[in-house]
Design a protein around this ligand. Structure first.
Ligand SMILES: [Mg+2]
Length: 203
């Protein structure tokens, strides 16, 4: 079983933070170039709450602006063709900490449906192979319960967590190549890289 994280591993938000922050008049154009620039600007003007609220909007109603990383659909389709079971395991709160109470799990599930994840003629991932957990502990427990042999995630601290189930091959998805991978964690900069890694040794 190959487990895959959702936010920032399947879903790419690169341009969404800047666009939505501009739409809502939260930042001036020069601060809307990336997620980090939006966050840093709001923090610098003492608007941390706005930042929290913005995340609730982006992971909720404005998920429609996000896109898939290139190669994700092909990866899942190839898993299916090879009879390799795959699952999506995410840690995402059900409702935002602040602001309007959008159902963030429903927004994420809609994203998957809209992008054809569950189409039998397409990716064909069964709906019951998608797990949204409310806590990091819940996510780690799910990875163990599913018997994942490989897990792919963009957060080095999750993969390096001492409670991460042992014996699972860990791949850090790091398209911006920002991180030094933790010990015993492999790194992929793209989904093509993930496939190369998995082809090299048994998954
Ligand atoms: Mg993630």
């Amino acid at each position: 079983m190959i487990g895959v994280d959702f936010d920032n591993t399947i879903v790419r938000y690169d341009d969404v933070f800047g666009r939505v922050a501009l739409d809502l008049d939260l930042v001036p154009p020069h601060a809307a170039t990336s997620k980090t620039s939006v966050r840093d600007h709001l923090r610098s003007i003492g608007q941390e709450d706005r930042w929290t609220e913005l995340q609730g909007i982006i992971y909720g109603p404005r998920m429609s602006d996000a896109e898939m990383f290139p190669g994700v659909a092909e990866f899942f389709a190839r898993c299916r063709a090879a009879d390799t079971p795959a699952a999506i395991v995410s840690h995402r709160t059900r409702f935002p900490y602040l602001g309007e109470q959008h159902d963030l799990h429903a927004a994420a599930r809609n994203f998957l449906s809209r992008h054809g994840f569950h189409d039998d003629a397409g990716i064909g991932l069964p709906v019951d192979c998608v797990f949204f957990e409310e806590t990091k502990d819940g996510k780690l427990a799910r990875i163990a319960a599913l018997g994942c042999t490989t897990f792919i995630d963009d957060l080095p601290e999750l993969l390096a967590d001492p409670r991460f189930p042992s014996g699972v091959r860990r791949i850090l998805f790091d398209p911006s190549q920002l991180h030094e991978p933790p010990l015993d964690v492999e790194v992929a900069a793209s989904w093509a890289d993930v496939e190369r890694l998995l082809a090299k040794a048994g998954s």
